[in-house]
Design a protein around this ligand. Structure first.
Ligand SMILES: [Zn+2]
Length: 151
């Protein structure tokens, strides 16, 4: 099994490690996700709000990166001016924001894989099944009741 960091950096499906999670895009717009992995067909979108938690991963990545830069600039390079430390940190966070968006979603998919049962569509169809079953039961009960009344 390949390291999740490598998978995230390659932007591959965290389940089969081959399919692309995001659609090929050019230019500066929000990356678009594939609904299902093109290779293993796993659901990649989850239920509505599934990626809310990926924000915490994104925050973690930003803080970790910021801290590493801080240590590099302050301790390793010995820069004293706070502005000269802050500007590169903020700039790098803005520059990697789209990448961070992608990495955090892939890591989130790996930590909490969206179950096929929890996907929005499956949930809806299982709810439909329950309604159909309840109707069937009512019809059977009705037949039994009619038979009893007919006696
Ligand atoms: Zn896959």
């Amino acid at each position: 099994m390949t390291n999740i960091v490598v998978i995230a950096l390659k932007e591959k499906c965290p389940f089969c490690e081959q399919g692309d999670v995001f659609k090929k895009s050019s230019g500066l717009h929000m990356p678009e996700m594939n609904e299902h992995c093109p290779v293993c067909k796993r659901n990649l979108l989850g239920e509505p709000g599934y990626f809310f938690g990926a924000m915490y991963v994104s925050y973690g990545i930003s803080v970790a990166l910021g801290l590493m830069e801080f240590v590099l600039l302050k301790v390793v390079l010995g820069i004293k001016d706070p502005i000269a430390i802050l500007v590169p940190i903020v700039l790098s966070m803005v520059l990697i924001s789209f990448k961070n968006f992608k990495w955090s979603r892939i890591v989130w998919l790996k930590i909490f894989p969206p179950g096929e049962n929890t996907s929005f569509l499956t949930e809806e169809s299982s709810a439909n099944k329950q309604v159909q079953e309840a109707e069937k039961r009512r019809r059977i009960d009705g037949v039994i009741l009619n038979r009893r009344v007919g006696k």
